[in-house]
Design a binder for this molecule. Structure first.
Ligand SMILES: CC(C)(COP(=O)(O)OP(=O)(O)OC[C@H]1O[C@@H](n2cnc3c(N)ncnc32)[C@H](O)[C@@H]1OP(=O)(O)O)[C@@H](O)C(=O)NCCC(=O)NCCS
Length: 378
């Protein structure tokens, strides 16, 4: 390999869903600044934007919101399968299995060529992933899963299905911002995985399973739960400095939620989530974990190693704090990422449908012209 690997710098598609300038911390969805979208839109508006290259009218928004909510229930057989799994099954493995199983119940699962059918499947799956996430939380807690409501948005339905109570407005607003911020992000590893599958002519569910599988890794979506586990391990603000000395200065570990392949300055999503974490801390009076995260960021950013390598908190760093303050189990953080990223994944899959097979080359570094020796003579 002549470069550092990882397809760094390779361009694999023309896209209009999102654009990132990592040198100045800029992210846009189809032309709109992420800062504007985060403060002013709902997740369903983003879903509409990614598929239609424009924001919806109120009537279009309401129609899409209801379409997603109306199809969000999952078959009893999928719930039964989830109940049959060991309670310590990683939530991402549960989600991967449940989405794969859902294809068997989707009337259009094997319709491989019709983009309108693929969009309808994507909207069904968007609601269903929300339901799977909430259902798994309740199953693990020994509670009965709750059926989604037709009158609620994705964020509201998730908060409602967690508890069965009327969804709390502050929690819904924080979750909605999270969903908006995580919905799409260029040619990230999981999106690329969905495109590779879609380019073979395979189906939407298979592509989304590939996306979930890639997102699960700690170098990608798994970093949000790893970041929270790290904050919990540190335990208190006063422990940040000795923890940093013992684990980071010695080179033993990386700070999870810091560093990014594309952003070499502030990730704009991290700043927005930090502000929401501040608001949640303010309203709850509980700011211990936020203080640990802020102190660790300050410690890292004061260190030459992090400055020279342009390492800043990424989206996972403060989203860990927001999700924890929303009462989610750490294991559920990455499924929540998938609950949002389904929007970007499925828009990429539909765009890729009918496109050319993705088939890069590898640099062969093995031997040539070896003499074959029969097994009994080896
Ligand atoms: C995201 C990540 C995988 C990007 O990887 P990448 O683009 O391949 O960058 P590299 O792994 O080559 O890192 C570049 C340098 O910064 C260092 N580095 C990167 N992230 C670091 C971190 N979180 N803590 C400490 N050092 C880090 C690397 O050790 C490397 O140092 P070197 O040049 O001396 O070898 C990487 O920053 C990381 O592992 N971060 C933690 C996990 C995480 O938050 N992932 C979510 C991403 S949204």
């Amino acid at each position: 390999m002549t470069d550092r690997g990882g397809l760094d710098g390779a361009v694999v598609a023309d896209i209009s869903t999102s654009y990132i300038d990592g040198s100045i911390g800029k992210l846009i969805y189809n032309g709109y600044a992420i800062e504007d979208l985060a403060e002013n839109t709902s997740f369903e508006e983003i879903l509409f934007l990614l598929f239609n290259e424009r924001l919806p009218s109120r009537a279009e928004y309401e129609c899409l919101r209801e379409t997603v909510a109306a199809k969000a229930a999952i078959p009893d057989a999928v719930i039964a399968m989830m109940k049959s799994l060991p309670a310590d099954t990683p939530a991402m493995a549960v989600l991967r299995t449940a989405v794969s199983m859902l294809s068997a119940f989707d009337p259009d699962a094997e319709n491989l060529s019709d983009k309108e059918a693929a969009k309808a499947k994507a909207f069904r799956l968007t609601g269903q992933i929300t339901t799977i996430c909430a259902a798994w939380m309740r199953i693990v807690d020994g509670q009965v899963p709750i059926v989604p409501r037709r009158d609620l948005s994705v964020a509201e339905n998730f908060v409602y299905m967690m508890s069965g109570d009327a969804p709390d407005a502050t929690a819904c607003a924080a979750l909605n911002v999270y969903l908006v911020l995580l919905a799409e992000h260029g040619m990230n590893a999981s999106t690329f995985a969905t495109r590779v599958v879609a380019a073979t002519g395979s189906d939407l569910h298979s592509a989304i399973v590939a996306g979930i599988s890639a997102l699960k890794g700690p170098s990608h979506g798994g970093a949000n739960s790893e970041a929270m586990r790290m904050f919990l391990e540190i335990g208190a603000v006063d422990n940040v400095a000795p923890w940093f000395e013992a684990n980071i200065k010695t080179g033993k570990r990386r700070i999870m939620g810091i560093g990014h392949r594309v952003y070499k300055s502030n990730d704009p999503r991290a700043g927005i989530l930090r502000r929401h974490a501040e608001a949640l801390a303010e309203s709850s009076g509980e700011r211990k974990w936020l203080d640990v995260a802020v102190k660790l960021e300050e410690t890292a950013r004061a260190d030459d190693y992090f400055v020279q390598r342009n390492l800043y908190p990424n989206v996972d760093y403060y989203s860990a704090i927001v999700l924890y303050m929303l009462g989610l189990d750490v294991d559920m953080f990455t499924p929540l990422f998938a609950m949002s990223r389904i929007a970007g994944w499925s828009a990429h899959v539909v765009a890729q449908m009918g496109g050319r097979l993705i088939r890069p080359k590898a640099n062969y570094v093995g031997p040539h012209d070896r003499e074959f020796v029969p097994m009994d003579e080896r």
